[in-house]
Design a protein around this ligand. Sequence first.
Ligand code: G16
Length: 522
Amino acid sequence: MFTDTLSAASVRHPKPPNTTFAYGTAGFRTIGSLLDSTVFRVGVLASLRSAKVGGKTIGVMITASHNPPEDNGVKVVDPLGEMLPQQWEPYATQLANSDNLEDDVRDIVSRENIDVAQAGLVVVGMDTRETGPQLLRAAIDGIEVFGRAKSFGELTTPQLHYLVRSHNDPGFGESSEDGYNKKIVGAVEEILRLWNIQEPLEITVDAANGVGAPKLRNLSSNSIIITIVNSNTQDKSALNVECGADYVKTNQKLPSNLQPRDHQLYSSFDGDADRVVFYYADGPRFQLLDGDRIATLLASFLNKLLQQAKVEAKMGIIQTAYANGNSTRYIQETLQIPVDFTPTGVKHLHHKAQEYDIGLYFEANGHGTVLFSDDFIDSLKSAHSSLPEGKRALKTLILLTELINQTVGDSISDLFAVLLALRIQDKTCVEWGRDYTELPNKLFKVLVKDRFAFKTTDAERRLVEPAGVQAQIDALVAAYAQGRSFVRASGTENAVRVYSEAASAADCAELGARVCQLLEPY
Ligand code: G16
């Protein structure tokens, strides 16, 4: 029976006293030095998940993404590169907090009717954090209780998702990092050839001193010229500090070490390269082009291609409460595309996007992708056009389904999709910035005694608990033209987030500050 192996291995990974772990927005996240036992137990769970799905390959990614350098985290990736199903999240929490691991594993095995002998391969990757290598070993120890582990070392989170999918679905691509690179570079170069574009794609990227830096370097070719700033993965204390997508989006300002030329496009990744934002400088003015903008740019580009190819598609855009009110209006009124709202977290947006032929989901923070349904891809492949313009549009659409990561938001493939959309439409970043004007908006982080006391409804736009707080927010919001504000507990940091939006920057700042004040008693 497995109990001997499990108990021998679990002794090497003792659970820290007086600590409770919760599987949040993107898995477990906390101080990296506290996570050894949790990552070990997630390894065990991942191999059980593999057994449950008949021995298919599962993934474990060790990352705390946008969080500070001392944090780390871990999440499980399902066979098609999707997040662990939500019904399994309580098992992850159960194991992470268990004081009797054998009993709890037996409980899950029996509740899910798992034949542990079926456990197959679990692929593992990590970002560049100091605690990564030790946690990677803990994950492997856990996986090997039931299954087999294969470590890919340092990877971006989307690369790990790609590898899981390609292990289970060879048609998706070669199951190696090289296969990922070939798929992306191949699609970019083919699209450039189709549109007879001789000039290479060129941009400067702030890589947040994270794993995106070395991975982007691997993609350089004659048609892709990337300059990277904030690429120091050796200095472990530099990750996401005054740089990266989260810093740029939250502070609405340039990262360190970037001296912009006016009206030139720049971009920032986060620490594990699953988020990307763009921006340019216009004299002293900083214009952010965030996830909302990426969604609108790609949606209108895809719409044009569909028209040229004379192909019908049901297209939808998925946003969260953080989407700027004017982006939603622009999508609904100008682009005439339906918008759905879900709670924060790619796992929620991804599933909603699957309801469309083309489902674009982007969180304002730059996390997102475009999903093309299998039926729609088949219909593209069997469609014909007699006109050269239609043929080119059809081929471009098919290549975009290859370029854009179908498993999760991916800074690298989103970066190229945006650069191609701009280049092909001959659109400058300044024109992109003029598509609509954002309402002034601000994000706050408030430390409270117990963030789990904050419960929301209506795609996190309204608080249900603590009782009475939502009525106070409503009263404040009513006093500001185009005012909007909401409060929700972060699922990745020990804090509550406050968002405010209003017709003027001063009103937006005042509204946000007043909502933060409401939280002082908590
Ligand atoms: C993760 C999730 C995102 C989410 C972000 C912040 O991003 O994947 O969907 O928007 O956390 O979540 P919260 O507000 O709950 O802390 P990342 O880039 O950190 O993996």
